[in-house]
Write a protein that binds this ligand. Structure first.
Ligand code: ATP
Ligand code: MG
Length: 335
């Protein structure tokens, strides 16, 4: 979208290869995330989209090795700026969280300790990773608050989270994620709890920081309209698998997978008009661990009659004009 993606491998900051995530108590069932593979380059934002339960949050938590109890990485690797995160000890990972890779969560209220002022919250994060003087902590805090568009930061360092609006709280949470100058920012639905005008400001902010600070950003959303505003590339997930990925403009203007087409038709801010109302995708995701043989989307696919959706697994196809746009579907359906 706004920045041209380099095709060079030299500027890959985050490389996820065949990441597979399984539930501890369901051996033998299909993993909750299967063979997730994508790269994020410097100054690039990659969006992950899928409906509720498709595995977006587990995928993003796995990137910091912060999966909840009962869920584990069962395959693949995550390489962040040369560090293979799947092979590091918990202590080594703690050193990298917040400095190499930072995360912003959906609910800015829950992420901020209510008994700490804005200044203290930022100082806590800075002290955890460096040995700065009081003056340096103060200066860096003001600088990062300015970077995230936090108005009048000097006079608000003593404010507590409850004294701030939802949008300002999310700006503080983003400032905390950025204050140690991470190379990679993971944002899991960071605007979902905000109203639309505030949401726009936060999306612009993440976009700007990604470009100006040459960060690699992974932005998770269930909303393709949000991804269209913030991301360069998009990864579409269905039932724990990537079904389509490519440059945002190419995927949105020329969606290949029937699931992507369904998402576009059901995205409120993209297609709906009075004459052309939303068309939600009928049916629901397969239950956990019960992905059918063949294509995971077959039971809901409007094009099923045209394809050989089962029992063979679909294979990847690539857009002849745009080799980085690919999709996982039985070719009869999309040709
Ligand atoms: N701690 C857990 N234990 C067992 N299953 C889990 C756990 N966390 C998530 N799951 C299951 O894994 C699947 C993927 O969950 P995940 O939270 O990644 O989805 P999501 O795409 O982020 O959904 P949402 O849009 O609702 O946030 C879901 O079926 C969910 O029920
Ligand atoms: Mg989630």
């Amino acid at each position: 979208m706004m920045s041209a993606k380099s095709s060079s491998q030299a500027d890959v900051l985050l490389s996820i290869q065949n990441l597979t995530i399984s539930l501890d108590d369901r051996p033998g069932t299909s993993p909750v995330v299967q063979n997730l593979t994508f790269d994020v380059h410097e100054g690039e934002c990659v969006g992950i989209v899928g409906e509720s339960g498709s595995g977006k949050s587990l995928s993003s938590l796995a990137l910091l090795n912060m999966l909840p109890k009962g869920v584990h990485i069962s395959g693949g690797q995550i390489v962040a700026a040369g560090n293979n995160l799947t092979q590091l000890t918990e202590k080594e990972l703690r050193g990298l969280r917040g400095s190499l890779v930072s995360m912003v969560f959906q609910d800015p209220g829950a992420a901020l300790n209510p008994s700490r002022s804005v200044g203290k919250l930022l100082a806590d994060v800075l002290i955890a990773h460096s040995d700065l003087s009081r003056e340096a902590i103060h200066d860096r805090s003001i600088e990062v608050l300015n970077d995230v568009g936090f108005p009048d930061p000097e006079s608000r360092l003593k404010s507590f989270p409850f004294q701030l609006s939802g949008g300002l709280r999310q700006r503080v949470a983003i400032a905390m994620a950025l204050v140690n100058r991470p190379k990679i920012l993971i944002a899991d639905e960071p605007t979902t709890s905000l109203d639309v005008s505030v949401q726009k400001g936060i999306l612009q902010l993440i976009r700007r920081r990604t470009i100006d600070d040459r960060i690699g950003c992974v932005f998770v959303s269930h909303d393709l309209g949000v991804i269209a505003e913030v991301a360069d590339r998009v990864v579409i997930m269905y039932s724990g698998q990537v079904v389509e990925e490519g440059p945002v403009a190419s995927v949105l203007s020329n969606p290949k997978h029937p699931y992507t087409r369904g998402l576009i038709a059901s995205a409120p801010n993209m297609t709906s008009t009075l004459a052309n109302p939303l068309r939600p995708i009928p049916g629901s995701l397969p239950s956990v661990g019960r992905t059918p043989n063949g294509c995971a989307f077959q039971d809901r696919c409007p094009d099923k009659a045209k394809g050989q959706c089962s029992p063979l697994s679909p294979t990847w196809s690539t857009d002849a004009n745009n080799p980085s746009h690919r999709w996982l579907c039985h070719s009869e359906v999309t040709s």
